[in-house]
Design a protein. Structure first.
Length: 267
């Protein structure tokens, strides 16, 4: 059981006896939710995701360090991760006295670390791709707009049993993509999204929704007309979260029915 759900049944002070009594009380509740037991194989896939996320953060740190050090000597390129290779090439080819030999050697050492990280990230992504090709649920999830291999494998490994959620909205609430409620007296007060649940999945879904909205701005398809209509009334980030919420509901339907994504029929 989630510890936050059991804590409500702890009466006064916290000790082993009070915790055991609260667990015995909470387990008898008919509406109590239980954490599903994860298989070793799917947990291994999630380890690949966590390792990749750590390496991506380290790669970003190295890129920022290289950009910052080179900016001190007037070597500046456009802001983008792919521009880091251009900056490293400038450092290798520069012969101006503005860049001392000590600084050049240090930056090239960071560049070598950057190349190693890129190779390791690519190796992890290859492992995820192989698992994706063997998992039917992940392949069905990849048919949803805004859901690529990384997001599909993470969803499939994190949610092995979609029947634990009664609807797509429950899954969306589990991931923290629904408004936080502070309602009382029959008045509904909705705030920002709750940001509960798995932050890694929520990040992947929001990033995927961002790409869908970027394509919708320039696309003339009727299927994205509702996105354009929403962009006329709401800020882009609000529309992005709304699109991520819709993607989660579609993912629940795809997992529950065991079918691939089918776009809505146009009139």
């Amino acid at each position: 059981m989630p510890a936050s759900y059991v804590k409500a049944y702890v009466r006064r002070q916290k000790n082993d006896a009070a915790d055991a009594e609260a667990i015995c009380e909470a387990v008898t509740r008919p509406t109590m939710r239980f954490v599903p037991i994860q298989s070793a194989g799917r947990q291994g896939v999630l380890v690949l995701h966590r390792a990749r996320e750590l390496l991506v953060r380290q790669r970003t740190m190295l890129i920022n360090a290289i950009r910052g050090h080179c900016a001190e000597f007037g070597l500046i390129v456009a802001q983008a991760a792919r521009r880091a290779s251009e900056l490293v090439e400038q450092v290798r080819q520069t012969t101006t006295p503005a860049l001392p030999e000590m600084a050049q050697s240090a930056v090239l050492m960071l560049a070598d670390k950057l190349d190693v990280l890129a190779a390791q990230i690519h190796a992890l992504e290859r492992r995820l791709l192989l698992w994706h090709r063997d998992d039917q649920a992940s392949q069905r999830l990849a048919t949803i707009p805004g859901v690529h291999i990384i997001t599909a494998t993470a969803l499939s490994a994190s949610i092995p049993d979609p029947s634990l959620f009664r609807s797509g909205r429950e899954l969306s609430a589990f991931l923290g993509l629904v408004p936080r409620q502070n309602s009382s007296g029959g008045k509904d007060r909705l705030g920002r999204i709750s940001k509960m649940g798995d932050g890694y999945l929520r990040k992947l879904l929001v990033v995927g929704a961002t790409s869908v909205i970027r394509r919708a701005r320039t696309s003339g398809s009727v299927s994205v007309s509702w996105i354009k209509a929403l962009l006329d009334r709401r800020p882009a980030r609000v529309v992005t979260v709304a699109m991520a919420n819709k993607t989660v509901r579609i993912a629940w339907a795809v997992l529950s029915r065991g079918e691939a994504y089918r776009p809505a029929a146009m009139a």
